[in-house]
Design a protein around this ligand. Structure first.
Ligand SMILES: O=C(O)[C@H](CCc1ccccc1)CC1(C(=O)N[C@@H](Cc2c[nH]c3ccccc23)C(=O)O)CCCC1
Ligand SMILES: [Zn+2]
Length: 317
C-alpha cells in the first residue's frame, strides 16, 4: 500500500498522552512506523489468539478510545526500545539488521501475560484485577524485545540456569530502558500493569527479589521443575547482582562499589552479545561479565573489581 509517514497521537494504558509514527493511506492511518529499521507494526488481536491479527487501522490518526490504549503503548514503547538499543548499544533492531518489530495487542481474552513468540511480541489485556494491559509498562515491552536480542545473540536455552540468565537479561534491559527514558524508573518489573488496585507492588523486584519470593543468593536457588526450572525465580540472582553492580551496597556481608546504570548496560550488553552461549550457567555468566568488563575498562579497573564483588555478593563464583 502507498502512503506517507505521519505523527499520530493518543492515550496510553495509564491515561497518559503520547505521539508516535503512523502511516497515512487512502484507507486511513495504520500503526506502521516506517522510520525505524524495516518498520514497527502493531496489530489488533481482537481478543482471539490468532496472530498477528489485523494491522491496526484508525480513521482520524487520533487514538483515544479505551480499546486504542494498549496499541498506543505497544507501538510507542516498541519504538522507544528500538531507540534504546540503536542509540545506546548501536544495535539496529533485535537482529542488528533492522528486523521488523511486530506486536499484537488484545491477544486472547483477559489473557494475564505477555510474551515473545520467537518472531513477534504478544500482549494480553489482563483480567483487570491481577493485571491490566501488559503493553502499558515500558519495562515489560523492553523485557520482551530483549528476549529477541538474546535469541539472536547468546540464544540462552530457556530453562534452568541458562533460562534464568535469559530472564535476568530481559529484566535488566527492561529496567535500563526505563531509566534511559526516565519513565518513572525503578528496579521493579511490571509495576505499572500489576494489580491495578494495589499501588506500589510489582511482579518482581530486582532491588530485593525476596519481596516476590525469589532468591537473592545462589545458595537459595530453586532446583525444581516448575516455570521451566525456575527461569522467573532464579532470575532474582542475576537481578540482584545487576542492582548491586549499578547502585552499590553490602549484601550478605559482601561490599559492592556501584558503577552506575550506563556502565552496567555496556558490560551486560557485551556479556550477552559476545560471551554467553546457549548453555551458560551462573558461573559462566560471572566469567563472561568479567571478560566483558576487562575488554571495556581493563583488567585492573574498578569496574572489573565491582563485577567480581557483585557476583560474589550473590554467591556466584
Ligand atoms: O516474557 C516472559 O518472560 C513472560 C512470558 C513467559 C512465557 C514463555 C513461554 C510461553 C508463555 C509465557 C511474560 C512476563 C513474565 O515475567 N511472566 C511471568 C509472570 C506472570 C505473568 N502473568 C502470570 C500469570 C500467572 C503466573 C505467573 C505470571 C510468567 O510467565 O511466569 C515478562 C514480563 C511480564 C510478563
Ligand atoms: Zn521473559
Amino acid at each position: 500500500i502507498s502512503g506517507t509517514v505521519v505523527t499520530g497521537s493518543g492515550t496510553g494504558v495509564l491515561g497518559d498522552s503520547k505521539t508516535f509514527k503512523t502511516f497515512s493511506t487512502a484507507d486511513g492511518y495504520y500503526m506502521f512506523d516506517g522510520t525505524r529499521g524495516n518498520g514497527i507494526y502493531t496489530y489488533d488481536g481482537r481478543n482471539q489468539t490468532r496472530i498477528p491479527g489485523s494491522l491496526w487501522l484508525d480513521a482520524d490518526n487520533r487514538f483515544n478510545t479505551t480499546y486504542d490504549r494498549a496499541a498506543v503503548d505497544a507501538h510507542t514503547y516498541a519504538a522507544w526500545t528500538y531507540d534504546y538499543f540503536r542509540n545506546v548499544h548501536n544495535r539496529n533492531s533485535y537482529d542488528n539488521a533492522g528486523a521488523e518489530l511486530v506486536s499484537t495487542v488484545h491477544y486472547g481474552r483477559s489473557y494475564n501475560n505477555a510474551g515473545w513468540t520467537g518472531s513477534q511480541m504478544i500482549y494480553g489485556d489482563g483480567d483487570g484485577y491481577n493485571f491490566r494491559a501488559f503493553s502499558g509498562s515500558l519495562d515489560v515491552v523492553a523485557h520482551e524485545l530483549t528476549h529477541a536480542v538474546t535469541d539472536f545473540s547468546a540464544d540462552l536455552i530457556y530453562q534452568n540456569e541458562s533460562g534464568a540468565i535469559n530472564e535476568s537479561m530481559s529484566d535488566i534491559f527492561g529496567t535500563l530502558t526505563e531509566y534511559h527514558f526516565n519513565n518513572n524508573p525503578d528496579w521493579l518489573m511490571g509495576e505499572d500493569i500489576y494489580t491495578p488496585g494495589t499501588p506500589g507492588d510489582a511482579l518482581r523486584s530486582m532491588a530485593d527479589p525476596t519481596l516476590a519470593g525469589d532468591p537473592d543468593h545462589y545458595s537459595k536457588r530453586y532446583t525444581g521443575t516448575q516455570d521451566n526450572g525456575g527461569v522467573h525465580i532464579n532470575s532474582g540472582i542475576g537481578n540482584k547482582m545487576a542492582y548491586l553492580l549499578a547502585n552499590g551496597g553490602t549484601h550478605y556481608g559482601v561490599k559492592v562499589n556501584g558503577i552506575g546504570n550506563d556502565k552496567v548496560g555496556k558490560v551486560m550488553y557485551r556479556t550477552l552479545t559476545q560471551y554467553l552461549t546457549p548453555t551458560s550457567n551462573y558461573s559462566h555468566f560471572r566469567a563472561s561479565a568479567v571478560r566483558a568488563a576487562t575488554d571495556l575498562y581493563g583488567a585492573s579497573s574498578a569496574e572489573v573489581a565491582s563485577v567480581k564483588q557483585a557476583f560474589s555478593a550473590v554467591g556466584v563464583y
